[in-house]
Design a protein around this ligand. Sequence first.
Ligand code: SF4
Ligand code: SF4
Length: 332
Amino acid sequence: MAGIFKLTAGGLMVNYRCAARCGHCLYLCSPQRETEYIAPDLAEAVFRRVKALGTPSMHISGGEPFLDEEALCAVLRAAQRAEMPIDYVETSSSFVTTPEAALRTVRRVRALGVRTLSLSISPYHNEFVALDKVLTLVGACREADVTASFWIDEFFPDLTSLPTGAPHRRQEYEALFGRGYWAQLRPRHGLRMLGRALFTHEKDMPTVPAARIPHMSRPCAELGGRSHYHIDLYGRYIPPGCPGLSLPLTALGQELDPRVYPVYTRLAQDPRSLLEYCKARGFAPRGSYYNRCHLCQEMRLFLYETEPGAYPELQPASFYEALLAERGAVSG
Ligand code: SF4
Ligand code: SF4
């Protein structure tokens, strides 16, 4: 039996487009992703539905929510209509230009109920966003009486070891801190190894043959996930940390039919059965994998490519298209 009957804490991903292309991004966000932003009516419907399932408040994430300030404000008004408090809005600060413009923006979202911004900082982000943009936003938050919290603040000393006025590439960090610096970001960040993180860390992560991957018969608890879930701009529920796997809002609150969702229900009960299902369709595990999530993503990509449109839970398609494009660029 599989299904989502209760949701307690999650976020609304308003877009997949981002000014950055961080090497650890689970969702493969980048400037090349689709420009779509969630429509206000759909955002309101999402807020009402997850509230009915037990979520008392939500955060806003992306992509980069501030890429379209008008659209973000429309989402915040939708939250007010649905009486859904917003815990915080996540941002990489990439949208910041001047202190004055940042202050105008922060005051605007504050007037629509936002009291906290979560500012993403890490060497991955700093490859694309200068720390000075983040610091400018912190100043704007202070002036507008909005709390600025850092995610993850332990990276602050690393970031301030390089000039803060420009982004810095991996090679600059490795020149300063040593050749193993980038590899140890993986455990320091506590990365989930999916999406772009797999390309970035392919060479420095330990792998095991498919037959020896642990927990393959253990149900994926994430798929009944109540907290740390996301709903994306298409109104689709994404289990905690499982990009590319999603359910429509209408599927929440009821048992999932295995004939309609053969991938999701297999993973929710016994991931090994998905491996057998894929093998029967021609999937040949290639050598070794980091863990079962790595293999899971490979199996889902295989099904997406070999039976296009056959699996309604393998969405958004743009995730798999981005995966294929970035894999092609890496193997290139
Ligand atoms: S800023 Fe966030 S959403 Fe954008 S690429 Fe980086 S991790 Fe992904
Ligand atoms: S194996 Fe797949 S479904 Fe299970 S937690 Fe990992 S990514 Fe999610």
